[in-house]
Design a protein around this ligand. Structure first.
Ligand SMILES: Cc1ncc(COP(=O)(O)O)c(C=O)c1O
Length: 475
C-alpha cells in the first residue's frame, strides 16, 4: 500500500495542503507514483503526516481538478494514465516542477505578493459537497427524465420542485406559502429584476439598509428607483427613519443583516409589519444565508409572521449548496402573483431545468437535509475557530460585529489605521480581506473601519495562517 512521507516545512511560508499537493504532483510527474496507484485514504494519510483531514482533502481536490488523479466510486482516488508529454525523464520532470513551482510562487508583479490566504466572501466549502450523489442524480435526470430536456420548462420553476421547496421553507424557515406562490430563478438579482417589473412604476422608490447588499441596490439603481438609505441600530434597521422616509417599499435582510450580521428582534419585526399595514407598504425579505445560525433557536422568517401579504420572501441555494448552481427563489403574496400570472406567458425560466430537477431528487431522497445538517456543523466549527483565532491573535485591537450566523464576519479594527491602510497592509503580507465601504451609500467616516472576512472556503489551518498574517500586518 502506498505511503507518502516527506518533510513538511513548518515555517508557515507555504500552507501544508500546497506542500502536500506539490509533493504528490511531483511524484506522479516523475513517475515515482505510477499511474493506476491508489492514493492513501484521507484519514490514513492525515494520521500518518499528522495534519488535518481537510488539508489532505484540499490537496487531493487540487490533484483531481488538475487531472492527475481520478475518483472511482466506492473505491478511492487513483493516479491517471499520463499523456505522452508528461513522460519526461526524471531530471526533466524535476526541472518542469521547479519551474512551475517557481512560477506559482512568484509574485505577479513586484508590488503584489503571493496571496497566502483569501478571506473572500460569497464562497462555499466544496470539500464537503456530495459530488458522487449529485453526479448520480444529474445522470438520472439526463436519462430517466430525458423528455424534460427538450423543453424550457415552467417559467415559474417546475411544480414538483416547488412542492419540495414549499415544504422545506415551511419546515425549516417557517415560511407560509403554497407551491403556486414560489418563483424559481437564476439568482437573487434576476428575481429582483422580475419583482420590480411586477411592482411597476408606482413604487419607484425603495428604502434599503445602510449599509446593505450592493447586489440589490444595483438592481434598483439600474431601474432608476429612488433609493433611500435607512441607518441601522445595534439590532437592525431604524424604524423611525423608515417611517419618516415616506417609502412604501423596503428591502431588508432581517435574519442576518448584510454585511453587519445583526438579527432583527421579534418586537421590531412586528413593528415593521405594522409599518407595512399602516402605509400600504411592501417588505422584500432577503433570507440569503439564514440556514446557518450557530447559537440559540432558529429565527423563523419574517414572512411567517405576516398575515396581510406584505412580505415578498427571497432565498437562495448559493450559500447552502453552491453559488455556481444558480438556483434562487421568491415567494409572492397574492396580488403580485396575479400580475405574475398575466405576464408568465411571456417569460422563460432562468434557472436550469437540469439543476432544479437534480436538486428536486436531492431533496426527495433526503440528501439535502443531510447536507444542510453537515454544512451547518462544519461552518459552525469554522466560525467558532475563527472567533477563537481572532481573540488569540488580534485580541483587543478588534471587535467582532455580528451574531453567530452566516458565512462571514465583520471586524471593527481599533488600531487607528484607515480601512484602505488595513487592506493594503494585509495584502502586502499575503492575506486578502475586504472593504465594507461598497455596501454604503454614504460611507460612515466617523466609526472605526470595518473589514469583511468570509470563511466558508477556508480550512482551519488556512484561517490560522490568515489571522496570524493579519496580526503581523496590523501590528
Ligand atoms: C444579502 C445577499 N443576498 C443575496 C445574495 C446572492 O444571492 P444569489 O446567489 O441568489 O444571487 C448575496 C450574495 O452574497 C447576499 O449577500
Amino acid at each position: 500500500m502506498l505511503e507518502i512521507t516527506f518533510n513538511l516545512r513548518e515555517d508557515g511560508k507555504v500552507p501544508y495542503y500546497v506542500q502536500l499537493y506539490r509533493h504528490i504532483r511531483q511524484e506522479i510527474k516523475s513517475r515515482h507514483i505510477p499511474s493506476g496507484t491508489r492514493l492513501p485514504a484521507i484519514r490514513r494519510l492525515s494520521e500518518h503526516l499528522r495534519i488535518s483531514r481537510n488539508t489532505v482533502e484540499t490537496a487531493y481536490l487540487q490533484l483531481i481538478s488538475e487531472g492527475y488523479v481520478e475518483s472511482r466510486p466506492r473505491s478511492g482516488l487513483y493516479v491517471v494514465e499520463l499523456e505522452e508529454d508528461f513522460s519526461l525523464s526524471e531530471e526533466q520532470a524535476k526541472q518542469t516542477v521547479k519551474r512551475k513551482v517557481a512560477a506559482d510562487l512568484k509574485p505577479k508583479s513586484p508590488n503584489i505578493p503571493e496571496v497566502r490566504c483569501d478571506f473572500r466572501h460569497g464562497t462555499n466549502d466544496l470539500r464537503h459537497f456530495p459530488f458522487s450523489v449529485w453526479n448520480r442524480l444529474t445522470c438520472q435526470t439526463m436519462q430517466e427524465h430525458s423528455s424534460l430536456l427538450s423543453f424550457y420548462g415552467d417559467p415559474q420553476g417546475e411544480l414538483s420542485f416547488r412542492i419540495q421547496l414549499a415544504q422545506y421553507l415551511r419546515q425549516s424557515r417557517g415560511v407560509h406559502c403554497s407551491p403556486e406562490q414560489i418563483i424559481v430563478g437564476a439568482g437573487t438579482q434576476q428575481l429582483l429584476l422580475l419583482l420590480c417589473q411586477l411592482l411597476g412604476t408606482e413604487r419607484q422608490s425603495v428604502a434599503v439598509e445602510e449599509p446593505g447588499y450592493n447586489g440589490a441596490k444595483a438592481v434598483f439603481a439600474q431601474l432608476k428607483f429612488q433609493i433611500t438609505p435607512i441607518p441601522l441600530d445595534e439590532d437592525g434597521i431604524n424604524l423611525e427613519f423608515l417611517q419618516r422616509s415616506g417609502a412604501k417599499l423596503v428591502y431588508i435582510t432581517p435574519s442576518h443583516q448584510f454585511p453587519f450580521g445583526m438579527i432583527l428582534p421579534i418586537q421590531k419585526r412586528l413593528k415593521l409589519l405594522q409599518w407595512a399595514a399602516e402605509n400600504k407598504g411592501l417588505i422584500i425579505e432577503d433570507d440569503y444565508d439564514s440556514e446557518f445560525r450557530y447559537q440559540g433557536r432558529p429565527i423563523p422568517a419574517l414572512q411567517g409572521l405576516d398575515t396581510r401579504g406584505s412580505v415578498i420572501y427571497m432565498g437562495t441555494f448559493s450559500k447552502s449548496l453552491s453559488s455556481a448552481i444558480r438556483v434562487s427563489y421568491m415567494v409572492l403574496p397574492e396580488p403580485l402573483l396575479e400580475i405574475f400570472r398575466e405576464i408568465k406567458i411571456l417569460l422563460e425560466p432562468t434557472a436550469s431545468l437540469i439543476h432544479t430537477d437534480t436538486l428536486e431528487q436531492f431533496m426527495v431522497e433526503g440528501w439535502w437535509e443531510k447536507h444542510l445538517r453537515r454544512m451547518k456543523n462544519i461552518y459552525q466549527k469554522k466560525h467558532a475557530h475563527l472567533l477563537s483565532l481572532i481573540v488569540h491573535y488580534l485580541g483587543a485591537r478588534v471587535r467582532v460585529i455580528g451574531q453567530y450566523s452566516g458565512l462571514h464576519i465583520v471586524l471593527e479594527v481599533l488600531n487607528g489605521h484607515s480601512e484602505s491602510e488595513l487592506i493594503r497592509k494585509a495584502i502586502e503580507n499575503g492575506v486578502k480581506v475586504y472593504s465594507t465601504t461598497p455596501y454604503w451609500i454614504n460611507p460612515d467616516l466617523e466609526s472605526p473601519p470595518r473589514i469583511l472576512l468570509g470563511f466558508a472556503k477556508l480550512s482551519e489551518i488556512e484561517m490560522e495562517d490568515g489571522i496570524r498574517l493579519l496580526q503581523e500586518a496590523w501590528a
